[in-house]
Ligand binder design. Sequence first.
Ligand code: IPD
Ligand code: CA
Ligand code: CA
Length: 266
Amino acid sequence: MARSALLNVMVQAAMKAGRSLSRDFGEVQNLQVSMKGPGDYVSQADRKAEDILFTELSKARPGYAFLMEERGAIKGDDDQHRWIVDPLDGTTNFLHGIPIFSISIALERQGQIVAAVIYNPAMDELYTTERGGGAFMNDRRLRVAGRSKLTDCVIGCGVPHLGRGHHGNFLVELRNVMAEVSGVRRMGSAALDLAYVAAGRMDGFWETGLSAWDIAAGLLLIREAGGFVSDMDGGQDMLEAGSVVAGNEVIQRALLKAVKKPLSAR
Ligand code: IPD
Ligand code: CA
Ligand code: CA
């Protein structure tokens, strides 16, 4: 598969950061048995991966702005372009030695996401997309799943936890969705969740309380795989709202309706 120069830059950066995360993931697995656990080590791994991405991307495209999880917003001379980067999405999995984590890079041009890469180094799965050019995993073209009934669907979600999110609201959403689908999954990396929807592995996904770097890349991947995305109000402000509901055209609509169903309607 021939990639554009831009996508090549993004893939090279993701692979380099991925090699660093892979090395550290090996070590994390050894540290599980220590009483202190691998907490500090993982923060370092996260920062190291972000350093690599920052260095590689700024070298290849000087002046582009950044929004990164650890560094925050960094202004650039070029006000048309912004990288939105999560160097390690799925930190809790990484910390526990679960090989479901990813690097997520999106490029925004004039406020529109135009290219994206999501890489899971533990499984060597590389998701790439450019606006108008389709979505790929390694060299395979992606298409969202074609199921049209929620009852046949496996749906992914995010579960709030200690100190995060609105637990009561989530329980209502889950209660609504689980009553209508054939399975619910919680993978622990929002970027990969969206990639799995793009790949047709999961039929849909919803989560709230997210940050732009969790979802920017996955949103384009899903659209380019023929899927649909909205925020929890059915609008297109996913990055600002930090929420997403995804699926094919029919399932996205049905899932949004299920998620939003008030308790009294049951
Ligand atoms: C988290 C993951 C997780 C989602 C959380 C995110 P992190 O990102 O994407 O799946 O449920 O809301 O914060 O902290 O591992 O980069
Ligand atoms: Ca992260
Ligand atoms: Ca994240």
